[in-house]
Design a protein around this ligand. Structure first.
Ligand SMILES: CCCCCCCCCC(=O)SCCNC(=O)CCNC(=O)[C@H](O)C(C)(C)COP(=O)(O)OP(=O)(O)OC[C@H]1O[C@@H](n2cnc3c(N)ncnc32)[C@H](O)[C@@H]1OP(=O)(O)O
Length: 212
């Protein structure tokens, strides 16, 4: 049985990774980032398409074939790559809106994000559920950074200030406000240029030893 090891991974910017309590994921194989990009593109194309029956049948056949190819490569969570690889845009998860250019110091983290057609709600605006998804990801990673023990989201309070456009590069900023015992208080904002799209306040609670 493959053995996982505990490890701390540097993110290359002098900040400790949030992985100190997790098993180190496998190295990212050549071409993996491109595969996830292809999944993102597929999600966006499916969301944007109104295909006819012939095209639906062809796409279903090819997707089923791709799923069959991947089946033998399934691994336990500790050995998976998608969603766990901080070196990849969006951590290699096609669920999370694409996040990149992330820079941070001890108390502020900034980056860019792009919601695709996959995340569309209506009228060019991102679905309301995708915005807490983004915030949970970027606040959660920051809350778990810098050598801290694992903490989980206790609450996220999201204020939708104006519409969040899809297919446009947006900016986010996240602040590590304070730490009180096991509680880590975070805030954040998502902007389209000068316009505030959404704001968030979140509490992350450090897990007790053995807490699931
Ligand atoms: C490399 C890693 C990268 C990770 C990035 C992604 C991060 C994504 C994070 C997530 O999405 S986690 C998944 C979503 N969250 C959950 O599934 C959490 C489910 N809930 C729980 O597991 C527990 O409720 C939780 C761990 C959050 C808290 O339970 P505990 O039993 O440990 O807390 P406890 O009752 O002892 O409370 C500890 C303190 O927190 C406070 N607290 C807990 N929940 C609260 C709440 N909801 N609102 C306000 N305060 C809260 C509580 O009042 C108390 O304050 P005091 O110390 O001052 O007394």
């Amino acid at each position: 049985m493959e053995q996982a090891t505990m490890a701390t991974v540097s993110d290359g910017e002098g900040l400790s990774s949030c992985r100190q309590n997790r098993r180190q994921p496998p190295a990212v194989p050549t071409g993996y980032a491109e595969m996830i990009e292809a999944v993102r593109l597929l999600q966006d194309r499916i969301a944007a398409a109104a295909p006819d029956e012939e095209l639906i049948a062809a796409v279903t056949r090819d997707l089923t074939h791709a799923a069959e190819l991947l089946a033998p490569a399934e691994r336990e969570e500790a050995f998976r790559i998608s969603g766990f690889s901080e070196e990849l845009p969006g951590n290699g998860s096609a669920l999370i809106p694409l996040v990149w250019d992330v820079v941070s110091d001890a108390s502020v983290r900034r980056g860019r994000v792009r919601f695709g057609s996959f995340h569309l709600g209506e009228n060019g605006a991102a679905h309301g559920g995708t915005i807490p998804l983004l915030f949970d990801e970027v606040l959660g990673r920051f809350a778990n950074s810098d050598g801290r023990a694992s903490a989980r989201t206790a609450y996220l309070h999201v204020d939708y200030r104006s519409v969040t456009p899809v297919e446009k590069d947006l900016e986010f900023v996240v602040r590590f406000e304070r730490e009180e015992g096991r509680k880590r208080y975070m805030t954040g904002a998502l902007r389209d240029g000068e316009r505030v799209c959404a704001e968030v306040e979140g509490l992350f609670v450090q897990l007790r030893p053995g807490q699931p």
